[in-house]
Design a protein around this ligand. Structure first.
Ligand code: FE2
Ligand code: FE2
Length: 429
């Protein structure tokens, strides 16, 4: 067999490996697709340079979904481009780094391949996240940090394996390379298990939140809507990816403590007595106690415990003031209040309009709510086109004077002093 035929057969072999490893991609949380085809593509960058790696990436990244016609032509074009272009770039980087070094200088060859793999993965993750961001409208930062955080380490872990695949191909032949199918398959299984477990966890949390909401016919979907509003505010306030996740799960679970509140209190249409109010007000603490044993939800605990704290220190359960209140709990408080005001409740059969609710939020900014959070909420779609009365009170109390300042601000805002949280329309029971 001539050398040209040997090269052609070699390229065909690597295309087959790439096709097999691309066949069952796993969809990540924010929407990008992940496959273990990075390993054969990096191996080809090492073995054949940018042109061979480019061809293997172009043909080998074909997926079953494309062959079944489930992806439009521009989607197929984008999918192939976001694998082929990084493969070409990685191949060029490897070629330049190798310079005059021989392939037999193993340590140098390994280091150059790792550098090229880093370029490939960074470009590939960046382009894939950009495509998802453009398609879904979710910011590039959220998609990139969300998906890359979970899997970048695992993908980079495939780079040394890819280098080894290339060396084994050269030393022992194509058949020995097939032995790598096993670690690649187990990596793929681990990725899909991770995604499944995460999905199961999210679904379980949603079911728990539904169970609480369903006890009261007026509050069905309350937790989900609070989660959506809080997430939009979080996005406006440039929350980090872990903070966004805490807002999502914390939003769903914030009222979980209502499981421990009796029906005659939860569903009461009249004003609650002082004793009933105390039992109702225990729900943030109770919720935090229920969630405390779940270590994965540690970041959500402060949100659940402090979502009824007031900015001026007259909330509950710990009467925290201003910035003492965890930031995410301040975000959730605004989302919770807006949702509660604009929905029918047993104690208020006619919900407020979005305009009235926004006006209440503005009135109580600096008293009940963090004014910066209310400002961020005004920029979300939830109050698109709603007339905004603007900031009435911009108060940032300092700890010692905060209580007095809070009361003064209430008078300045024309509001009745509120010795008992719950008397205000802005307070979600
Ligand atoms: Fe609550
Ligand atoms: Fe709530």
């Amino acid at each position: 067999m001539g050398p040209d035929w040997a090269i052609a057969l070699g390229v065909a072999f690597w295309i087959c490996i790439a096709l097999l490893t691309s066949a069952l991609p796993v969809q990540m949380r924010r929407g990008t697709w992940l496959s273990v085809s990075v390993a054969p593509i990096i191996a080809c960058m090492n073995l054949g340079g940018p042109i061979v790696a480019g061809w293997v990436a172009l043909i080998g990244s074909t997926e079953m979904r494309e062959l079944r016609g489930r992806i439009p032509w521009y989607g197929t074009l984008a999918n192939h481009a976001m694998i082929t272009l990084p493969a070409l770039a990685g191949g060029v980087v490897l070629h330049v780094l190798r310079g005059g070094h021989a392939k037999e200088e193993l340590l140098w060859d390994f280091a150059a391949t790792m550098a090229a793999a880093t370029v490939y993965l960074a470009l590939n993750l960046g382009l894939a996240s950009l495509a998802v961001s453009l398609r879904s409208g979710v910011s590039l930062r959220i998609v990139l940090l969300g998906d890359a955080r979970d899997f970048a380490g695992s993908l980079f872990g495939l780079a040394p394996l890819a280098w080894l695949m290339g060396r084994i191909y050269l030393q022992a032949g194509w058949w020995a390379t097939l032995l790598f199918a096993l670690p690649l398959w187990t990596t793929r299984v681990a990725h899909s298990r991770f995604v499944e477990m995460r999905e199961m966890f999210t679904q379980t949390i949603e079911s728990l939140a539904n169970a609480v909401d369903k006890r009261d016919p007026f509050t069905s979907n309350h937790s989900k809507r609070v989660m959506l509003i809080a997430s939009d505010i979080g996005r406006e306030m440039k929350c980090s990816e872990p903070e966004m996740e805490a807002l999502e799960w914390g939003g769903l679970l914030h009222d979980i403590g209502k499981i421990g509140v009796r029906d005659e209190i939860l569903l009461k249409q009249e004003k609650l007595t002082r004793e009933e109010r105390m039992k109702m007000n225990a729900h943030p603490e109770l919720g935090a106690e229920i969630i405390a044993p779940v270590r994965k939800l540690a970041a959500e605990l402060p949100i659940i415990r402090h979502h009824h704290e007031w900015y001026n220190g007259s909330g509950y359960p710990d009467r925290l003031i201003g910035t003492e209140i965890p930031w995410l709990a301040r975000i959730l408080h605004v989302a919770d209040a807006f949702e509660a005001m604009t929905a029918q409740r047993p104690y208020r059969m006619t919900p407020l309009t979005a305009e009235q609710a926004l006006s209440e939020l503005r009135k109580f900014a600096g008293i009940q709510f963090d004014p910066a959070v209310v400002d961020a909420f005004v920029r979300t779609n939830w109050v698109d086109g709603v007339p905004d009365p603007g900031r009435v009170v911009t108060l940032r109390p300092i700890p010692l004077l905060a209580q007095a300042a809070g009361r003064m601000a209430q008078v300045a805002a024309g509001a009745t002093p509120l010795p008992d949280p719950g008397a205000s329309p802005t307070d979600a029971r």
